[in-house]
Design a protein around this ligand. Structure first.
Ligand SMILES: Cc1cc2nc3c(=O)[nH]c(=O)nc-3n(C[C@H](O)[C@H](O)[C@H](O)COP(=O)(O)OP(=O)(O)OC[C@H]3O[C@@H](n4cnc5c(N)ncnc54)[C@H](O)[C@@H]3O)c2cc1C
Length: 488
């Protein structure tokens, strides 16, 4: 794609799901949009790479039926059929801690209205005793009515302890559930967000927790399909192009200074794309990058708020990939309790493996594991897989490797909710799964934030030639440099 001009109605910075969603909305509303992404692909935190002929995702991504905005995005990208969505929640929960043969339970919903839809499953949850199940059911109901609000200093762990949920109830259910929705352990989880996420995902509607998983690699599901759709909507996509500053423009609007992320020595001989700075003028900006990058790029008028974004910490996810020489399970995916590994997903078909089986296991809330050598992770994970899938013990291992996402999501610890921004400036909207969406840092949150950022900008930019300069524009306007067109 060749850039004709360095002028756009709106520049979207960041090509993850938030930026993609914002760009789609803006372009569909008739705006001239340029999308800038520092990496050579769209999709952000959802991406894939090739290893020994297989397409490997950076981490396992699942979603629920209640993720309506994300599912609408899939439909708009034309890839809803590339995911498999359960008709009814049906989740096998494997106990990785049991050594006397495999122990498992099955969570299936009934046709009863919520929250009774899970009553039968919980009553038959064999990993807990009958008395423990009754207690868990009572606590789940109480969690719906907790008075916790954003800013509450209590963690979910504190609250569970107050409600006399012991180690076993934690190990066999709550730790898994908390990691699944917030990517942190209960003792680090913001109570208000945990309660609202568990309510939304599990308790608020009988079909909310039906699970969807991609049947194709993430790079095709999001990145590839987004390039095609955005191209058809006339969006200029600049991949490998990194924003370095966003400042109020001298004549209103904004000036975005950006440069190719390709190192200068790799530049084309004519200097065409090799790190030369370029300025793009726009009436509006969507800043859809992670919190640290957003804080660094924010104009001076946002400095006070941006300082708070930098306080947000992150929570890692480690993924362990095992290619077996033969099939070891028929389950498409399963939850695992009693182990740091929380999910196992069969990626055989999605990755393009023709013989054997490829299982990807996910370790969320992985502070303890993110720097662990692969050999040590292997010693830790393989015996658990042998326990939960007895056929694995006799299967050959053709490949074993680890992927680590250090900043997979923000760390949803108590107090975090007050640091997540809801607004930006006139004509500048902050987006991203980490912003104040009411959701945890998830694909659903990303899409929601991108859409609402776009709607805000459309309102800001309607009925005028663009937004006024930000009121307190204490930031220095940057002077345009020579424009350089890139060929992408
Ligand atoms: C391993 C893993 C597993 C996960 N599992 C799930 C799951 O099962 N379900 C779920 O819902 N969510 C899951 N998530 C979270 C989900 O992927 C994220 O919440 C979501 O993708 C974030 O989207 P985003 O657009 O807000 O941010 P990002 O995807 O981080 O996109 C931001 C983009 O901005 C770009 N950028 C940064 N700085 C600049 C700059 N200066 N100039 C230009 N571009 C820039 C980055 O390169 C990036 O592409 C998981 C995440 C990981 C890592």
């Amino acid at each position: 794609m060749t850039l004709a001009a360095n002028r756009a109605d709106v520049v979207v910075i960041g090509g993850g799901l938030a930026g993609i969603s914002a760009a789609i909305e803006l372009a569909a509303a008739g705006r001239v949009v340029t999308l800038i992404e520092g990496r050579p692909w769209l999709g952000g935190a959802t991406c894939s790479f090739i290893r020994r002929g297989l397409t490997i995702d950076n981490g396992q991504h699942a979603f629920l039926r209640c993720c309506t905005a994300y599912r609408e995005l899939l439909a708009r990208l034309g890839v809803a059929g590339s995911c498999s969505m359960q008709d009814r929640l049906d989740l096998t929960v494997l106990d990785g801690a049991t050594t006397g043969g495999p122990a498992q339970a099955r969570l299936r919903r009934s046709a009863l209205p919520a929250p009774a839809h899970l009553a039968r499953s919980l009553a038959g949850y064999r990993l807990l005793s009958t008395a423990e199940r009754l207690k868990v059911a009572g606590v789940a109901v109480a969690l719906q009515f907790t008075d916790a609000a954003p800013g509450d200093a209590r963690s979910l762990g504190d609250w569970l302890a107050q409600h006399r949920q012991d180690e076993r109830a934690r190990a066999k259910l709550w730790d898994w559930l908390c990691a699944a929705v917030l990517n942190v352990a209960p003792e680090h989880a913001d109570l208000a967000l945990a309660a609202s996420a568990i309510r939304t995902a599990v308790l608020a509607g009988r079909d909310n927790a039906d699970i969807g998983v991609p049947a194709v690699p993430l790079s095709g599901l999001h990145g590839g399909s987004a390039v095609a759709l955005l191209g058809s909507l006339g969006v200029t996509i600049r991949l490998g192009f990194r924003a370095m500053a966003v400042q109020p423009g001298v004549a209103g609007g904004y000036l975005i200074r950006a440069a190719s992320a390709v190192p200068a020595q790799a530049a084309a001989p004519d200097g065409g794309i090799g790190g030369a700075a370029e300025d793009i003028r726009a009436d509006g900006v969507v800043l859809a990058v992670p919190p640290g990058a957003a804080a660094a790029l924010a104009p001076a008028a946002l400095a006070g708020e941006a300082a708070r974004w930098s306080i947000l910490r992150s929570s890692p996810i480690v993924s362990v990939h095992v290619i077996y020489g033969s099939r070891v399970t028929r389950l498409p995916f399963a939850a695992v309790v009693g182990s740091p590994m929380r999910w196992v997903v069969d990626k055989t078909d999605a990755a393009g493996l023709h013989t054997g089986q490829y299982l990807a296991a996910s370790i969320p809330a992985a502070d303890e594991f993110v720097d662990m050598p692969a050999a040590r992770l292997r010693e830790l994970v393989l015996p658990v897989l042998d326990r939960v899938f007895p056929a694995a013990a006799g299967a050959s291992i053709e490949d074993f490797f680890v992927t680590r996402e250090r900043r997979a999501t923000i760390r949803h610890e108590p107090g975090t909710q007050l640091l997540r921004p809801a607004f930006g400036l006139p004509g500048l909207a902050v987006a991203g799964a980490w912003t104040d969406t009411g959701w945890p840092d998830t694909m659903e949150g990303a899409v929601r934030s991108g859409r609402s950022a776009a709607l805000r900008l459309i309102t800001d930019l309607t009925d005028g030639s663009g937004p006024a300069m930000p009121g307190s524009a204490s930031g220095q306007a940057i002077a345009p440099t020579t424009a350089v067109s890139g060929t992408l």
